[in-house]
Design a protein around this ligand. Structure first.
Ligand SMILES: Nc1nc2c(ncn2[C@@H]2O[C@H](COP(=O)(O)OP(=O)(O)OP(=O)(O)O)[C@@H](O)[C@H]2O)c(=O)[nH]1
Ligand SMILES: [Mg+2]
Length: 174
């Protein structure tokens, strides 16, 4: 079985825990419980007919609840940089997270940008702003997500796995 480690980072209340809970338990709660420290969630899923074991590490968005844990950034395959579409300015909070990933990860993980709470906004986010952020944070793909409706949640997790497999094939072919 393939093991995949994904870390979920971003500002407080952007929906990190809700995204993981939707993926792992297919469940959503409107009540906000601030995360304290790190939580590791485990899930077995079938992706393209193959069994994949996901370890998903969810961190407190608020620095005052972050406990320094070197393991969090170790051997990471994928990173979700999550911002809140209802608070567009949270996109720029991801700058500091992007820097932390550069500094602390011992790998070059696949980075995805998730604009969460899509169920609460109408219309599209300015594409040129997204493009700028994607370059700045070296993002592979952008998804609008909703932990509430489930929009693009599985897709985002599976994207990481498929990119990893595609990358491995490339290495083998060379
Ligand atoms: N409508 C809607 N609400 C959401 C969505 N995702 C999260 N929320 C709500 O937003 C609030 C914050 O969600 P959390 O998942 O706790 O956010 P977090 O990023 O884990 O926050 P911290 O742990 O403090 O860093 C909660 O009230 C959630 O119910 C979404 O996609 N749509
Ligand atoms: Mg949380």
């Amino acid at each position: 079985m393939d093991n995949v480690k994904i870390i979920v980072v971003g500002p407080p209340a952007s929906g990190k825990t809700s995204i993981v809970r939707r993926f792992v338990y297919n469940w959503f709660n409107d009540t906000y419980f601030v995360s304290v420290g790190d939580t590791i969630w485990e899930a077995d899923k079938i992706v393209d007919n193959k069994k994949v074991h996901f370890s998903i590490w969810d961190i407190a968005g608020d620095e005052k609840w972050q406990i320094y844990d070197g393991l969090f950034y170790r051997d990471v395959d994928g990173v979700f940089l999550v911002f809140d579409l209802t608070r567009p300015e949270t996109l720029w909070d991801l700058e500091q997270w992007s820097r932390k990933i550069d500094e602390k990860c011992n790998t070059h993980p696949i980075r995805l940008l998730l604009g969460n709470k899509a169920d609460l906004v109408n219309g599209d986010f300015d594409e040129s702003i997204i493009k700028t952020a994607m370059n700045q944070y070296r993002i592979r793909a952008f998804f609008k997500t909703s932990a509430k409706t489930g929009l693009n949640i599985d897709k985002a997790f599976y994207f990481v796995v498929r990119e990893l497999w595609a990358g491995m094939q490339y290495v083998k072919m060379r």
